[in-house]
Structure formats: C-alpha cells, structure tokens
Ligand binder design. Structure first.
Ligand code: SF4
Length: 344
C-alpha cells in the first residue's frame, strides 16, 4: 500500500506493524516478564485458531500492515506453529514475517519454520552464563537457547537477531561477551533497556541501564561507535563498530520512540492493543466469531486506529516517581495486563 493511502492515527502514524501473539504461555519465567509463581491464563476456548488469526491479519493487511511478528508468551509452545507461518507467508502484502522467541525450542523447529516461509528470527538471550540463566529465567536449559541460535544461523533467515535486556545488578557485565557471541554466530545483538511494563513487578529506575551507559561501556571496549543514519519507525537505533559489527540499542525507557510508533498488538484471544502500555484493548474475537464481514471488521479497526493517541512510554518518562506500571493484584485479576499476553 502507498504510504499516502495508509490509515493514520491522530499523530499521523500509519498502521504498519502487527505483533501477533499466538499464546500467553511460556516455558521460561524471566524475572523481568513473568516473575511470579502463578498466573491467570487465557481460557483455551478464547484462543484464536489459525484460520481466525489469518482472517484478522487479512483485514490488517488491507489497512496497510506489511510487517507481522509472531510473539507470545513463547510462540514455539503453540502447537503446529508452522501452519500459521505458511498461511501468513502466502500473503504477498506481508513483506516482513518475523518471530521473537526465547529460543528454547528453536533448534528443533527452526528448519520447519524456515521452510514454511518465516523470514526473520529474534532470540531473547540475556546471559551467556548457564547459572545466571537459571537464576534469571528459572530454567537449566540455557544450552538449548544457544543451540537454537546456532541452528537458526545456518538456515538462511534474512536476519537473525539477539535481544538482550540489560538489568543493573544482573547482567550489565555481559554486554561485551554478548556482542562478541553475536558476532561469532552471525547475529545482530540489540541491547534493550529494562521496561516497567506489564509483569515487570520488580522494576525500579535504579535497575535500568540506560542507552548512554550501554554505548559508553561498548565504546570503552571497542573504540569509536558510529550511529547508522536510518530514518523510520524501527525501535532499535543501530550503530557500527570500527570493525564493521552492527548492533542496536532499544532505549524504550529513557528515550522512547512513540512519535514514530506504527505497532499494535493482537493477543492470542483476539484483543487488539494500540500500545504496550494501553489499559484496554478492542475485542476483535467477538465480532469475528459472531460472523462480522471483512468490511465490518475493517471499519472497526480503521475507526479505532484513527482515534489512537497512545504514547505510553513517553508519558511514563514524564512521571516524577516511577514504579512498576501495574501492581500485582491488578495483574492477578486481568491477564491482558501482562506483557506476556500482549506479546512484549
Ligand atoms: S509505548 Fe506505545 S506508543 Fe510508545 S512505542 Fe511503545 S507501543 Fe508505541
């Protein structure tokens, strides 16, 4: 779709990028996302089947979405995910079909997903130390994540990225080793500031390692860092080291990028969120299952996007006293407030 024809919100931001969560379940319990023992899960009967998800994606595509990212929870715990990938890859208007995964099941599933048409993969990896991984994610399967990354690296995805959330007192000493690892396996590393959203009930401002500190640490080790001039809505700012290595920083907490945000999120049960920080979503499952036509769904989505004025991270930045966005009791009442339901 021509940019001029794309539906835009109140700040002239187009609807381009859909994060499609396929499950709220996850096989890890990372401290910054799912730190609690117990969670309220979405009812299984509410989860969209692949045909329903594909039908909704068709409506989004009709309104200008050309990038779709599969998320969760952990998308690879959704059975037969390659079937959905095949359905989405067959839509020519989607020029970028990607997935974010924790990597645990990637080694066994990457080949099938690549054959089904998945274009790009991003793997979350916050540490290279198995014992630290166990403390951070409550899993002893760190080696499976590395195996997943290394398997994916050999399969010809158009891009392989590693996302590392940097938390003070947890892993800020691993930025250089993570970058070296990414370089070794052919993956672009992106360092992400710790965010206060959703299930990050243990967030505090002191634990945020800001963009400037990340760049300072890397410059001390690698020498001058050159920013790449890349206009556009991508959340990561990208940089190049003297030796040509490219990496990214996602400064969602200290330098948010809401003004160019073209992303929205569809949960596995069909609620559509206009912002990671939004308190409420628009229920698309109900009209879809009630037999709404493509045109009716299109009108609903178009009208909702046109009214969008969300700038969640920028509004949070303006707060004086900042603490986790949602208190634990509220999260226990409504799983839709969780980051793992909204697709991170
Ligand atoms: S906080 Fe909301 S508006 Fe800002 S970048 Fe994130 S999703 Fe987009």
């Amino acid at each position: 779709m021509e940019p001029s024809l794309a539906v835009v919100d109140r700040f002239q931001r187009p609807l381009r990028n859909l994060r499609l969560s396929v499950t709220d379940r996850c096989n890890l319990r990372c401290a910054y996302c799912m730190p609690e023992r117990d969670y309220l899960w979405l009812p299984r009967s509410d989860i969209l089947d692949f045909e329903e998800a594909s039908a909704l994606v068709d409506v989004f595509v009709d309104l200008g979405v050309d990038r779709v990212r599969l998320t969760g929870g952990e998308p690879l715990v959704r059975r037969n995910l390659a079937e959905l990938v095949r359905l989405l890859a067959a839509k020519p208007a989607i020029r970028d079909l990607a997935m974010t995964t924790n990597g645990l099941l990637l080694a066994e599933k990457a080949k099938e997903l690549r054959s089904a048409g998945l274009g790009r993969v991003t793997v979350s990896l916050d540490t290279l130390k198995p014992e630290r991984f166990e403390a951070l994610a409550r899993s002893r399967d760190h080696r499976l994540v590395l195996a997943g990354i290394e398997e994916a690296a050999g399969l010809g995805f158009s891009a392989l990225k590693i996302d590392s959330v940097i938390i003070r007192g947890v892993n800020e000493d691993e930025m250089v080793p993570l970058l070296d690892y990414g370089r070794r396996v052919g993956a672009e590393v992106r360092f992400i500031e710790y965010m206060d959203v959703g299930g990050a009930t243990r967030w505090s401002p002191e634990k945020v390692v800001a963009r400037a500190e990340i760049l300072g640490t890397l410059a001390r080790r690698y020498g001058p860092i050159h920013p790449l001039a890349e206009p556009g809505p991508a959340p990561a700012e990208r940089f190049r080291l003297v030796d040509g290595t490219v990496f990214g920083v996602i400064a969602s907490t200290t330098a948010p990028f809401c003004r160019s945000c073209d992303r929205s999120r569809l949960t596995a049960d069909g609620l559509w969120y206009l912002c990671l920080y939004a308190a409420r979503g628009t229920d698309l499952r109900q009209p879809l299952r009630a037999g709404a036509s493509q045109q009716e769904l299109r009108s609903l989505i178009e009208a909702t996007w046109k009214g969008r004025s969300d700038r969640g991270a920028e509004e949070r930045l303006a707060l004086r006293d900042r603490s986790p966005l949602v208190a634990r009791p509220a999260l226990q009442q409504d799983p839709h407030l969780e980051m793992h339901t909204r697709g991170g």
